[in-house]
Write a protein that binds this ligand. Structure first.
Ligand code: KIV
Ligand code: ZN
Length: 515
């Protein structure tokens, strides 16, 4: 019998700390639903003390998720722990994750605390969390640069205080696989009560070694890995969930543990996270990149046709590539549409949302011959699931663009229910469109990111646009899809403006929490 390797997903917390990857409550709920469907063991939903918006998101995820444990992050401070406990009140299986830094540089210059005080505060916090919730994780922040003797001391103390999981983060991505694995083995061996807690690792990818370091730790006894979809996360990101899970699954000859994830849901989660955050996946990214299973060279193609195992170590279907990629078209009915969405993990709670999405599906089917799963997912992203009245709506757009000439856009918007028009010139059709929108709404937002990708291949594919706007200390993303990329751009910009208006309570976690 193999051990279970626990998968702790922190896309909604550490992933969101990636500059610009901010998510709304509804986006977090959508991602949490997809993670639960993939059978992720623990979903870290956010950092409740960071802002009222973050608190609300963790609370909403805790209320919705039934099968996975829902976790909230808290510094080793009374206020943080109580707030996390409050946000997790209605979770079926809650966890508080509390942390304090243990490396000399962090203790001295950031915390300005002596090591004895750090141990004392860690113990007090774990005890406080245990009074609220049974499942408590303790992280020794920057463990990768901490003194192993001190780590042994603090870990023994927090396990005595009630921590059920002890996490060893390589916060700054400084470690190398053999050294990091050896550190985990040393701690598990030297800490007298180590058998009373699960040892976990949390690696950052600054040297491109997050997955390697995590796998080495697993080989040395760690039984929980903290990771994110597409490796999203602060700076160079976190350990990528899909790479860890598939490495362990593919190399069962080496690992004495395995996960219980439904790996066929990986692509669905990957696309969803890329779509919501506007962080596209590079084509040569392992497992989820567009080329991960593509064989271009004649020699490879020939080999794969004769026996796929000549060049394939995993099956594309096992990670959800092309699985049941049902093509829909203009003759597909409402029932087929609803059924396919359900298979993709999307069920609308309100009938009007289904009707609205179906109408847009029909409009799209008039313009585009075949509709793929990716098109359906983009349609759902555009649906106003929150049901809140949208501040700005696009009514009509006319853009004049000619080689060598300035582009001109004329736009008609509904702003707070009142129809208004605006015109502007720009360096190109997209620039003119955004200027025309601003001529009407005068939002004062700064455009931080504009990116276009095609949802499927071919020129009849929908263009998918991501727009990131910043206003004061808030950053939001907007998405839009259309066979006309100028229209998709306008939709994405308007979507971001509406999010900026409705999600006022949410500050960027890096601004709010100062982790
Ligand atoms: O990287 C880190 O150390 C963290 C902790 C809060 C676990 O994200
Ligand atoms: Zn981290």
């Amino acid at each position: 019998m193999k051990d279970k390797l626990i998968i702790f997903d922190t896309t909604l917390r550490d992933g969101e700390q990636s500059p610009g990857a901010s998510m709304t409550k509804d986006e977090k709920l959508r991602i949490a639903k997809a993670l639960e469907r993939m059978k992720v063991d623990i979903i870290e939903a956010g950092f409740p003390i960071a802002s009222p918006g973050d608190f609300e998101s963790v609370k909403a995820v805790a209320e919705m998720v039934q099968d996975s444990t829902v976790c909230g992050l808290a510094r080793a401070l009374d206020g943080d722990i109580d707030r996390a406990g409050e946000a997790l009140k209605s979770a079926n299986s809650p966890r508080i994750h509390t942390f304090i830094a243990t490396s000399p540089i962090h203790m001295k210059t950031k915390l300005m605390m002596e090591p004895d005080q750090v141990v004392e505060q860690a113990v007090r916090s774990v005890k406080r969390a245990r009074n609220l919730i049974e499942d408590v994780e303790f992280s020794a922040e920057d463990a990768g640069r901490s003194d192993p003797d001190f780590l042994c001391r603090i870990i023994e103390a927090v396990i005595d205080a009630g921590a059920t999981t002890v996490n060893i983060p390589d916060t700054v991505g400084y470690n190398l696989p053999d050294r990091f694995g050896a550190l985990v083995a040393e701690l598990m061996e030297r800490v007298p009560n180590s058998d009373k807690a699960i040892f976990s690792v949390h690696c950052h990818n600054d040297l491109g070694l997050a997955v390697g370091n995590s796998l080495s730790a697993v080989l040395h006894g760690a039984r929980q890995v903290e990771c994110t979809i597409n490796g999203l996360g602060e700076r160079a990101g976190n350990t990528s969930l899909e790479e860890i899970v598939m490495a362990v699954k593919t190399r069962q000859d080496i690992f004495s543990c395995d996960t219980e994830l439904d790996t066929t849901e990986i692509m669905n989660c990957s696309r969803l996270v890329a779509n919501v955050t506007g962080f596209p996946v590079q084509p040569n990214k392992a497992i989820v990149g567009a080329n991960a299973f593509a064989h271009e060279s004649g020699i490879h193609q020939d080999g794969v046709i004769k026996n796929r195992e000549t060049y394939e170590i995993m099956r594309a279907e096992d990670v959800g590539w092309n699985a049941n990629r049902m093509v829909m078209g203009k003759h597909s009915g409402r029932n087929a549409f609803k059924t396919r969405l359900k298979e993709l993990g999307v069920e609308f709670e309100r009938e009007e949302d289904l009707n609205d999405a179906f109408k847009r599906f029909k409009d799209l089917a008039d313009k585009k011959h075949e509709i793929f799963d990716e098109d359906l997912q983009a349609l759902v992203t555009e649906t106003n699931l929150a049901g809140e009245e949208e501040w700005v709506k696009l009514i009509g757009l006319k853009v004049n663009s000619e080689t060598g000439e300035t582009s001109i856009a004329d736009i008609t918007l509904s702003v707070n229910g009142v129809e208004e028009t605006g015109s502007a010139a720009g360096s190109g059709p997209v620039d003119a469109t955004f200027m025309a929108i601003e001529a009407v709404v005068e939002s004062g937002c700064d455009l931080q990111l504009y990116s276009v990708s095609n949802i499927t291949s071919g020129t009849s594919s929908q263009g998918e646009v991501a727009v990131r706007l910043e206003f004061e200390d808030r950053v939001v993303n907007g998405q839009g899809a259309d066979t006309d990329i100028i229209a998709a751009s306008a939709k994405a910009y308007i979507n971001a403006l509406n999010t900026m208006m409705t999600d006022k309570n949410k500050k960027h976690p890096q601004v709010a929490g100062k982790i």
